[in-house]
Write a protein that binds this ligand. Structure first.
Ligand code: PLP
Length: 396
């Protein structure tokens, strides 16, 4: 977003706030009751734009052949063991009438092995969005300065702003730089929280553990949140640093590489002291039973995960070659998506959709003018995709 855009956004927020005041939740028709106002911090928020192609795909007669490449989900079903474990659980009559296992005990055991992090450093959450929201609710208050390098995963801004935090964004020379200088300029000893996504969505920028450790050392009073939703694709992680630094929290998810987006399971790794803070508002029932069963089963089949990661890497090679050959400006990221710059992104998006290919428009993001983001799947899917829509990219 250019500075001009930032100003526009601020103006929009104010306009929405004024509109919000006028449009308080008034009783409808002859409803009884008074006017309920939305809390002022929430009234000022620009909602996170959650545009999914799911409904369009489901409504389309040839939905079986559509490509859903807009939300960076796994493009294949999860390990068959996940379905088996869920079916077994239900067949054994271990009913859904009970609340979920508190504290996700089995899943925590499996995560200790998977992450290499000790039990008291782990907390399972309802997707990693839940972890991010819990972090903001626990550690942020009105006017707390929060630094966010952009472009990035904007949903976090909503969580921070809903606490009334003062969000300070910084953008690098290009959208694809780590922007360490900009981060440093934006930071101060007062900065309450720094949000880093690695690999970053949508740019794929990776913050290596050395970089994260250095920031943790230099800003001991700042809570550094490292969002590793796409870690499996890059295999670069700072998770073990949570045992060393008391100001670092790492969030991860089963929604991407493991293919369990529909089950809503994520987790948080941090020092026991930080987690004690989060537990003050944590809902121990928030991770559903089938999600816990499914995530444990997914961790029992890491071969399946690895074969999918190999597929994605091989697909990225195919795409690299394809975009180089047709001279298209494309960034093959270290996550499961690519960013492609098109001279006329709107018409490209229309044409792609007409052929059943749904990708994400990212052209309004700072430094990503004209760009779309497209999820990467298996090699078979990638070959089929290029057969179907390769000419749309080639003809630009
Ligand atoms: C960077 C990043 N963090 C978090 C999330 C949320 O994931 P979850 O499904 O675990 O809530 C996403 C989802 O797209 C993401 O891109």
């Amino acid at each position: 977003m250019s500075d001009a855009n930032l100003e526009i956004r601020a103006a929009e927020v104010v306009a929405k706030e004024q509109q919000g005041r006028r449009r308080a939740l008034r009783p409808v028709g002859d409803q009884a009751g008074g006017t309920i106002e939305v809390a002022p911090t929430i009234r000022a928020l620009t909602p996170y734009e959650a545009v999914s192609s799911q409904a369009a795909i489901e409504a389309s007669p040839d939905h079986h052949t559509s490509f859903k490449l807009d939300w960076n989900e796994c493009t294949i079903e999860p390990s068959p063991r996940v379905n088996e474990a869920i079916a077994d659980y239900l067949q054994q009559g271990r009913g859904l009438n009970w609340y979920p296992r508190l504290g996700s005990k089995e899943l925590i055991e499996a995560l200790i092995d998977y992450t290499g992090v000790a039990r008291d450093h782990l907390l399972v959450t309802n997707g990693s969005d839940d972890a991010l929201r819990l972090i903001c609710s626990t550690f942020l208050d009105t006017d707390d300065p929060v630094v966010i390098p952009v472009p990035t995963y904007n949903h976090f801004m909503v969580f921070a702003q809903s606490r009334g935090a003062d969000v300070i964004t910084t953008r690098g020379e290009t959208a694809f730089s780590k922007n360490l200088e900009g981060i440093e300029q934006a930071m101060s000893s007062q900065t309450r929280l720094l949000y880093l996504v690695s690999p970053n969505n949508p740019t794929g920028v990776v913050y290596e553990p050395e970089v994260v450790a250095d920031l943790c050392r230099r800003y001991p009073e700042t809570l550094i949140v490292l969002d590793e939703a796409y870690f499996e694709f890059s295999q670069v992680t700072g998770v073990e640093l949570v045992e060393e630094f008391s100001n670092l929290m790492v969030t991860r998810t089963f929604s991407k590489a493991f293919g369990l987006a529909g089950l809503r399971v994520g987790y948080l790794a941090a020092s026991p002291e930080l987690l004690d803070g989060v537990r003050r508002i944590y809902n121990p029932k928030s991770v559903n039973t089938l999600g816990q069963v499914g995530a444990v089963a997914a961790l029992e089949d890491l071969e399946y995960l690895e074969s999918f990661l190999d597929e994605v890497n091989a697909s990225k090679k195919i795409l690299r070659e394809f975009f180089d050959n047709c001279d298209v400006d494309a960034r093959i990221t270290s996550a499961n998506f690519v960013v492609v710059r098109m001279p006329d992104v709107d018409s490209a998006l229309d044409e792609l959709e007409q052929r059943g290919v749904y990708v994400r428009d990212r052209s309004s993001y700072p430094g990503l003018e004209g760009c779309l983001r497209m999820t990467v799947g298996t090699t078979e899917q990638t070959e089929r995709l290029l057969d179907r829509v390769g000419d749309i990219f080639r003809s630009r």
